[in-house]
Write a protein that binds this ligand. Structure first.
Ligand SMILES: [Cu+2]
Length: 211
C-alpha cells in the first residue's frame, strides 16, 4: 500500500519554490515603488517603458522552465508513491449489495457470502497472508465502500464500475470489515470478516470452499 513519502518531499519542494517566487515578487514591487518615489523626488515623472522585450522573454523562459520542472517532478513522485502493483496470487470479485457482501474467487467455483442482518453469519473474505491479492470491487445496486479499518484500507463499490486494488495482508489473523458508505436501512449491519490464512490453507480453501 502506498505511503506518502515522495509526495511529502514534493510538497516541501513546491513550498520552497512558492516562497522564493513570493519574495521575488515583493522585492521587485518594493524596488519599483522605491525607484518611482526617488524619481518623483527628483522632479522626474514615472518611468514609461512601452516595450521591454528582453525582460519579457526572460520571464517567459523562466516560467516555462519552472512548469517543465514541476510537471516532471510531480509525475515522478506519483510514480514512486504508486508503483505498478505486484502480480496477484489471486483475484477476488467483491460485490456489495443491500445489505451484505459477496466474494467470488476468479477461476474457481468458490463464492463466499453470508447473512449480515439478524443472525450475523457474516461473510468471510479469506486471503493468503503475505501474498498480494487483487480485489475487483463493484456493487449490485447502490454505492457502497469496502472498509478495513485495521489496515487503513477503503475503496468505493460503484454499480456498473469495477475498482481494482492490489493489497497484501502481511500476517495471519481475523479483522472486521465494514461498509463505509451510507447505503440504506441496514448499512450499519453491513459487516464482513477479513481472514488472512497461511498460503497452504488458502490453496485448500480454493479447492473446497471451506477452511
Ligand atoms: Cu453499503
Amino acid at each position: 500500500m502506498p505511503f506518502q513519502s515522495a509526495f511529502s518531499q514534493l510538497f516541501a519542494q513546491d513550498t520552497i519554490i512558492a516562497w522564493i517566487v513570493f519574495c521575488l515578487v515583493i522585492l521587485v514591487m518594493a524596488g519599483a515603488m522605491g525607484y518611482s518615489w526617488y524619481r518623483g523626488r527628483n522632479g522626474k515623472g514615472p518611468l514609461k517603458l512601452a516595450e521591454a522585450n528582453r525582460i519579457e522573454l526572460g520571464y517567459v523562459a523562466v516560467l516555462a522552465g519552472m512548469v517543465v520542472f514541476l510537471v516532471i517532478s510531480s509525475f515522478s513522485a506519483n510514480a514512486k508513491d504508486y508503483p505498478d502493483p505486484p502480480k496477484p496470487a489471486v483475484t477476488v470479485a467483491v460485490t456489495g449489495y443491500q445489505w451484505c457482501w459477496r466474494f467470488h474467487y476468479e477461476g474457481t467455483p468458490v463464492t463466499a457470502t453470508g447473512q449480515c442482518q439478524g443472525l450475523r453469519d457474516l461473510p468471510v473474505l479469506v486471503v493468503p497472508a503475505g501474498e498480494p491479492v487483487r480485489l475487483d470491487v463493484t456493487s449490485a445496486d447502490v454505492v457502497h465502500a469496502v472498509w478495513m479499518p485495521q489496515w487503513k484500507f477503503k475503496v468505493y463499490a460503484y454499480p456498473g464500475e469495477v475498482n481494482s486494488v492490489t493489497l497484501t495482508i502481511p500476517r495471519t489473523g481475523r479483522w472486521i470489515g465494514r461498509c463505509a458508505q451510507l447505503c440504506g436501512l441496514y448499512h450499519y449491519e453491513m459487516d464482513f470478516w477479513l481472514q488472512a490464512v497461511p498460503p497452504a490453507a488458502f490453496t485448500s480453501y480454493l479447492r473446497t470452499g471451506r477452511l
